[in-house]
Design a protein around this ligand. Structure first.
Ligand code: WTA
Length: 641
């Protein structure tokens, strides 16, 4: 693209990839200073990199001053003012789509930023967003960044309790929401969910409500205001706040193997450089591309590759409010044809759910505009890869299987479309700047190809997690202490004979359900809130569409479920508890009521056994002699769902 003059910023051949990779590892400071050069800086950095991996301290471009929205918006106005920045495709096929040029988006962001300012939002304040996938969500996120407020987007599928946890952890003072949202045939009264959450959130003093569906909502006097009323007379320009390179840009909550979800913090300059660089190179974006990432902005993929990455690169990004199967399983393909989408980025779970529908749903669309396909969120199985390649990409479009995490901010291991190898079930080679290693459980590096181990990253990269909000020790313990000197990913991986990485899956107690992360402990805590539950243990098991399903073993209070009718009732009430504590997305697929759990004599639950039973591998349970009560295992096998 025109405003990236340095050869370092854009790789076009395999040779260039190898050259860039080598330079990025041998001299990261030189490499990244060249990549960072063309951005708009109010002040350049004093030092490119300051890293102490063992302490989990990483600073990039220290001393630099900037605002990321000047790079997403203002910088493009001269050459791309009339270019489309956002295409919005609504949930309902009868509602008209909407397009915003860079100039219009700039103006809308400025107006929203002024509304935030007028409502007392200042640099450093935390703003929580619980909104539908509508342009105002993108605008609101950028408006926060414009004035230096830290955005914390909560996916609008989480429950009131989950919102309250996140708002309280971040001590957010303002919440942005809408009257309601449509998702497929379902409707969610998001404002009402926010109202319920805020009963337990003393830090919040203002709620700004965007009118989307025209639903009646209750406005709390002194706390709630309508966006459209606040925006009536505000100025159409808003100066961008000058931020430090390491000022936090956002918090995004994600699940780990212990405790409550943690607020992953990303800072400004490194995040900007990393998302822009990885976006352009992975997808090999050209000026006229229409790019569509199907993720919700409530997840990191939506942050980095629906919003920031594409806008930083001056690309046209499509934002879709709906779901793949509404009104039918042809919706994705219809949208691709309608808007001539050339780069399409989605999740394996969506592909698998569409594979299950009659093939006509995809064959009746031309899909001629497509050039590059992407996958993210979980390992893509070979069957799904070939289906995507054959029926969507018509064997003409390279597939990039992008491995990364909320904590990495951007793509770490992936093919670069059409340049580095794209092999089914392999994420591929690392991006420049990323030095992956495989470790033994004891932390020894495993050399050579054809090997498997724990995936860790040996160096710092611009998008590395900076901290977990309000608790740096937690970040250090989780990511940097397990193997000092490395960032620990929590994933297991294999390096094949060609040196391509294949991601096997989590090696910790995290379950990946339809590309969404849940900690087993988090779901167990929710289940244990149910008055009839004494104890529970949750494991993941292979699921045809979701990748992993949630299997819950539950011990009930004595006398609570002696009869079969009681069991059905209790199962329903456990589901209700989870929906209230976390949200519908964490609903278990299977609940098995048991009288005991397999425990060692020291009281530790043997999850290995529970996992095997859930997987149906009951003939090979391994050593069960150390169990306190081996009889429990037979009961569990007998009652398997
Ligand atoms: C998994 C989503 C295999 C992995 C961007 C990781 C993947 C977790 C892939 C992060 C992929 C993501 N192949 N596994 N291409 N992409 N994962 O934080 O287990 O929601 O650790 O970030 O998803 O999930 P998160």
């Amino acid at each position: 693209m025109p405003d990236v003059p340095t050869k370092h910023a854009r790789i076009r051949t395999l040779e260039e990839y190898h050259d860039a990779y080598k330079r990025s590892i041998e001299n990261p400071e030189q490499f990244w200073s060249e990549v960072a050069e063309p951005f708009t800086w109010r002040r350049k950095w004093d030092k490119v990199l300051d890293s102490d991996m063992a302490a989990g301290k990483n600073e990039w471009f220290s001393g630099a001053r900037l605002n990321i929205t000047e790079n997403c918006l203002d910088r493009h106005l001269a050459a791309r003012g009339n270019k489309l920045a956002i295409i919005y495709e609504p949930n309902d096929t009868k509602t008209r789509h909407l397009r915003l040029t860079y100039r219009e988006l700039h103006q809308e962001v400025c107006k929203f930023a002024n509304v935030l300012h007028n409502n007392g939002v200042e640099k450093g304040d935390r703003v929580c967003l619980y909104m539908p996938m509508i342009p105002q969500l993108a605008i609101a996120v950028l408006a926060c960044a414009r004035i230096g407020a830290v955005h914390s987007v909560v996916f609008a599928g989480f429950s009131a309790t989950a919102i309250a946890d996140r708002v309280n952890d971040a001590q957010a003072t303002v919440v942005l929401t809408a009257d309601g949202l449509n998702r497929g045939a379902k409707q969610i009264p998001v404002k009402r969910v926010v109202d319920e959450a805020l009963e337990n959130c003393p830090s919040v003093r203002r709620v700004i409500v965007v009118e989307h569906l025209g639903w009646p909502v209750q406005m709390k006097e002194g706390r709630d205001v309508w966006y459209h009323e606040e925006a009536e007379d505000v100025a159409k320009t808003c100066p961008a706040e000058e931020m430090d390179a390491e000022d936090p840009l956002f918090i995004l909550y994600t699940s780990g193997s212990t405790g409550k979800p943690k607020g992953v913090v990303h800072s400004t300059a490194g995040y900007m450089v990393w998302t822009d660089y990885t976006f352009r190179n992975t997808f090999q974006v050209e000026e006229n591309d229409i790019y569509w990432c199907t993720a919700d902005i409530g997840w990191v993929t939506g942050h980095s590759y629906l919003l920031y990455g594409p806008l930083l690169a001056g690309a046209t990004t499509l934002m879709f409010e709906g779901i793949p199967t509404y009104p039918d399983a042809g919706r994705f393909w219809e949208v691709i044809d309608k808007h001539s989408v050339s780069i399409f980025y989605t999740a394996p779970t969506a592909i698998r759910s569409l594979m299950a529908a009659p093939l006509d749903n995809v064959l009746s669309y031309s899909l001629d505009s497509l050039r590059v396909l992407g996958s993210v969120g979980e390992p893509i199985n070979e069957e799904a890869w070939y289906w995507y390649h054959q029926h969507v990409g018509k064997e003409r479009c390279p597939i990039v299987d992008t491995w990364w995490q909320t904590e990495t901010a951007g793509i770490m291991i992936s093919a670069l479309a059409g340049i580095t190898p794209s092999v089914p079930a392999r994420a591929g080679l690392p991006l420049p700047g990323v030095l992956p290693v495989l470790l033994t459980q004891e932390g020894k590096e495993i050399e050579g190809n054809g090997e498997e181990g724990y995936l860790a990253i040996k160096n710092s990269w611009p998008g590395i997690i900076r901290t977990t909000y309000g608790d740096h020790e937690r970040a250090r313990q989780t990511y940097f202490a397990p193997y000092p000197g490395y960032y620990f990913t929590g994933d297991g991986a294999r390096r094949d004979e060609e040196g391509l990485y294949r991601i096997i899956g989590r090696v910790d107690d995290v379950i990946n359900v339809s590309g969404h992360r849940f900690g087993t402990a988090e779901i167990e805590n929710a289940i244990n809130q149910n008055a009839n539950v004494v104890e529970s243990a949750v494991v993941g098991y292979p699921h045809d569409v979701k990748g992993q399903g949630i299997y819950a073993y539950v011990i009930c209070r004595e006398g609570a479920c002696d009869k079969d009718a009681d069991k059905a009732h209790i199962e329903a009430s456990i589901i209700e508890t989870i929906v209230a504590e976390i949200g519908k997305i964490a609903k278990p697929d299977k609940i098995q009521i048991v009288s005991g759990l397999p425990k060692t004599r020291s009281g530790k639950i043997m999850r290995r056994i529970l996992r095997k039973v859930a997987e149906g591998e009951t003939s090979n349970l391994g050593d069960t002699t150390t169990l306190l009560d081996p009889g429990v295992v037979d009961e569990i096998i007998g009652g398997r769902k």
